[in-house]
Design a protein around this ligand. Structure first.
Ligand SMILES: Nc1ncnc2c1ncn2[C@@H]1O[C@H](COP(=O)(O)OP(=O)(O)O)[C@@H](O)[C@H]1O
Ligand SMILES: [Mg+2]
Length: 341
């Protein structure tokens, strides 16, 4: 459904001496199969939106090629646009008509009959918990309601391929979960392919069949959440033994399946790939050596561990750094103001 090779986007900003190049996307390859839900994960400023805008024909790549839904983004932009749904990060601008009419007009723009657009629109209002808001103007809606309206607009023509840029940013937890369900249904019930960006680890984890991690304009990993966790970090196994003598034995045994073992008091810890498979053998081994465990804990790695291992920074740190770098002076001031003293 999506195939990109060497996508590059270089922005030029400023003038004269202030002139500078921003390498927003530095050679991205992507392959997304039909029916996949792919989470494009990365900190703010990583290049997610810029990549998406190139794939949806809103921005001409500086270099590289991409085909989307079978059409070339550079030479067949109209066909690409007709085949996809797109919900931008900032949302749509609304004309001042009723929400329902906006959605119906949008569907008719894609060639739907008014009747079909009304029916589909009502179904989407229902599913996206916008019921009762058909005759409300978007400017009188809450942020979360507007965000769900954006998504209804993107889905009105039942596209087979949907691009969602930070779909749940600004939604309250309940609305987020509801939207996750709706995105999962899109694939399950309508067979749609979904490409969504997010900087929420839990969102990528919950929704995506496959996660593509982008950092500073470059893709650093692409796999299922499970494989990423297993390959990059492994599960943390924490053994608690009862005596000092047992610490040495436990360190030895755990060391045979873990690259790095650390000891703290009677706790012996190490990361183990696919602990679910390895731990039963380890326990038998320990028992055979006369080691009685006080406790054992297996902690699955998070995507943040994965990000940390891949980039040397936690997603949250990367986020904070990007915000500090990117924020205009007044915005930075506003952020400081809002922070607790
Ligand atoms: N129109 C633009 N002109 C100059 N720089 C831009 C423009 N759009 C985005 N950038 C820069 O490109 C980088 C990637 O931005 P973006 O793709 O929006 O990241 P993300 O969506 O992952 O937060 C950032 O450093 C951002 O400031
Ligand atoms: Mg973005």
């Amino acid at each position: 459904m999506i195939r990109a090779r060497g996508l590059v986007q270089t922005f030029h900003s400023g003038q004269g001496k202030q002139k500078k190049e921003v390498h927003a996307v530095r050679g991205v390859d992507l392959d997304v199969a039909e029916g996949e839900v792919v989470g494009f994960l990365g900190p703010n400023g990583a290049g997610k939106t810029t990549t998406l805008r190139m794939l949806t024909t809103l921005l001409k790549p500086t270099a590289g090629t991409a085909s989307v839904a079978g059409f070339d983004v550079a030479t067949q932009a109209v066909d690409v646009r007709r085949s996809i749904g797109y919900c931008s990060q900032v949302g749509s601008t609304f004309s001042g008509a009723y929400a329902g009419d906006e959605v119906v007009d949008h569907g008719m723009l894609y060639g739907m009959s008014k009747k079909a657009a009304v029916a589909k629109g009502q179904e989407l209002f229902d599913k996206l918990q916008l019921d009762g808001l058909w005759r409300r103007m978007p400017k009188n809606m809450s942020g979360g309601q507007k965000r769900r309206l954006d998504i209804a607009m993107a889905l009105i023509h039942s596209p087979g391929l949907v691009f969602l840029d930070e779909p749940t940013t600004g939604l309250d937890p309940q609305a987020r979960i509801n939207l996750w369900q709706h995105i999962a249904d899109l694939r399950a019930k309508e067979g749609a392919t979904v490409f969504l960006t997010t900087h929420y680890l839990d969102e990528a984890d919950a929704l995506a069949d496959r996660i593509v991690i982008i950092d500073q304009g470059t893709i650093v990993a692409s796999d299922t959440a499970d494989n990423l966790k297993a390959a990059v970090a492994g599960d943390l196994v924490d053994l608690e033994v009862t005596t000092d003598e047992q610490v040495a034995i436990a360190r030895d045994k755990l060391g045979s399946i873990s690259a790095e073992v650390e000891v703290e008091g009677h706790h012996v810890r190490g990361r183990v790939a696919r602990a679910g498979k390895a731990v039963p053998g380890l326990l038998r081994d320990l028992e055979g050596s006369g080691v009685g465990l006080e406790s054992i804990e297996v902690v699955r790695p998070t995507l943040d561990d994965v990000f940390l291992t891949l980039t040397g920074r936690s997603l949250r740190d990367a986020e904070a750094a990007a915000e500090a770098k990117d924020a205009p002076a007044d915005e930075a001031a506003a952020t400081t103001e809002g922070a607790p003293a």
